[in-house]
Write a protein that binds this ligand. Structure first.
Ligand SMILES: Cc1ncc(COP(=O)(O)O)c(C=O)c1O
Ligand SMILES: [Zn+2]
Length: 425
């Protein structure tokens, strides 16, 4: 990892020593300029996005394995303090890596795992990123914990803020699925529904963040810290495979942050000598109704043209993805791709995963499994190679997507005759 030239200046930021663990700076992903750790997200030199830089020293498998069964087992690799476990949070992570034999058989794959993040405390992978953002907000002394969200993030922020005793305000597009609205409103009295797209909501959040530095918008002004939480998906996949990297991974793409961080996690594990150095392919999944990255990939261009989303995969409905160009880079560099599927394919894939593996995924997971299927069918994925597909959310939050497609096979009178007449057994 490149050296950071500007290190933490405790006096100027009034941070406590070790506030961000082994993190040493914020580094521009475009020009490499560095600056001190703080509530910054854009480079002073070129306005490029900032990410966290570290000096890890030595980190061993034994040290990690001795940690708790949640993301804090990787605290040495995250921008969090050594005593992170002592402050109330939702303790997400260490979710199942399921050997998906039935789905593999159905799709013609030899070895397939589902990393099932639907079992996190608020039933999506967002609990991981929010746990890291909450730590940053605490260390920075933020007064309000907030986010613009396509749904799951709002659920995670509202719940984590409640647990931590920090006031929360969460902003969502007003056309969001009812379960996602309720799953936020139950934790916070400050759910704000905005008449507009996610991109409109995001713009509003940036404006508020600019006006009041006391607000920690997890995915805006503390985004560098927040985003690091997704690395834990990559660490867990490697550890749960017995400290090995898979050959192929399929990941949903909204802003693209998660995909870039799984790649960062794999690179760090190689660099630290925690896994053997090997190549792997990363594939991104989008819905046709919001596929700016998949379209740029298919067109072979670098620029991502923003779109107005129209898909049942509302959690992935970001028309102007902040990390889209980095997703393109990673897919191209690793030999993967970014693919898109229709709403009907998403619905079918939700039912396919449910009926083969007993996992009820939301539309984002439907998108990912549908893309996995498409990649096999189009020969882009090696069916003999070890493949991991990430399920990032829970189907109970997007019930409407499959309500018309599944339901009672028969409605009968409570008699044995009626049962036999229905021809079920
Ligand atoms: C369930 C689910 N999966 C995937 C994503 C995509 O995450 P990212 O914005 O990091 O690409 C989201 C984003 O909201 C989500 O809610
Ligand atoms: Zn820069």
């Amino acid at each position: 990892m490149k050296e950071c030239f500007v290190s933490l200046t405790l006096e100027s930021t009034a941070l406590r020593a070790g506030a961000f663990g082994n993190a040493t700076c914020l580094k521009c992903r475009e020009c490499g300029a560095t600056r001190e750790l703080g509530p910054f997200y854009a480079c002073f030199e070129c306005f490029g996005p900032l990410e966290v830089g570290y000096e890890f020293g030595t980190v061993t498998r034994e040290q990690i394995e001795a940690g708790p069964r949640n993301i804090w087992r990787y605290k040495a690799l995250l921008p969090v303090p050594e005593d992170i476990e002592s402050s109330p949070n939702l303790e997400p992570g260490f979710t199942r890596l399921l050997d998906a034999r039935n789905l593999a058989g159905e799709l013609g794959l030899t070895k397939l795992w589902v990393k099932d993040d639907s079992t996190n405390p608020t039933n999506s992978f967002k609990d991981r990123v929010v746990a890291c953002a909450l730590s940053a907000a605490r260390e920075l002394g933020s007064r309000v914990f907030a986010c613009p969200s396509t749904g799951n993030l709002a659920n995670a922020v509202a719940a984590a803020g409640a647990r931590a005793g920090i006031p929360t305000v969460v902003f969502i597009p007003s056309d969001l699925e009812t379960p996602k609205q309720v799953n936020s409103a139950v934790f916070t009295e400050n759910l704000v529904a905005v008449d507009g797209t996610y991109d409109d909501v995001n713009k509003l959040a940036s404006e508020i963040a600019g006006e009041d530095p006391g607000w920690a918008f997890v995915n805006v002004n503390v985004r560098p810290f927040y985003a690091e939480g997704s690395k834990t998906l990559g660490y867990e996949i490697a550890e749960q495979l017995g400290w090995r990297l898979p050959d192929q991974v399929v990941i949903p793409v909204a802003s693209g942050s998660q995909l870039t961080k799984v790649h960062k996690a794999f690179s760090e594990l190689i660099e630290l000598g925690l896994v053997e150095d090997k190549s792997y392919k990363i594939f991104g999944a989008q819905a046709e109704g919001c596929s700016p990255v998949a379209t740029a990939f298919a067109d072979g261009v670098d620029a991502i043209r923003p779109v107005k989303p129209d898909t049942i995969a509302k959690s992935l409905a970001i028309g102007n993805p902040a990390d889209g160009i980095y997703v393109l880079d990673i897919a191209r560099q690793t030999g993967g791709s970014v693919e898109q599927v229709s709403d009907d394919q998403i619905r079918e894939a939700i039912v396919l995963l449910a009926r083969t593996e007993g996992i009820f995924t939301e539309t984002a997971g439907g998108t990912t499994v549908a893309v996995l299927k498409k990649l096999v069918e189009t020969g882009q994925l090696d069916p003999e190679a070890e493949t991991v597909v990430i399920n990032t959310g829970h189907g109970l939050k997007t019930l409407d997507a499959v309500t018309g497609a599944v339901g009672p096979r028969a409605t009968i009178a409570p008699t044995y005759d009626a049962f036999t007449a229905a021809g079920i057994a």
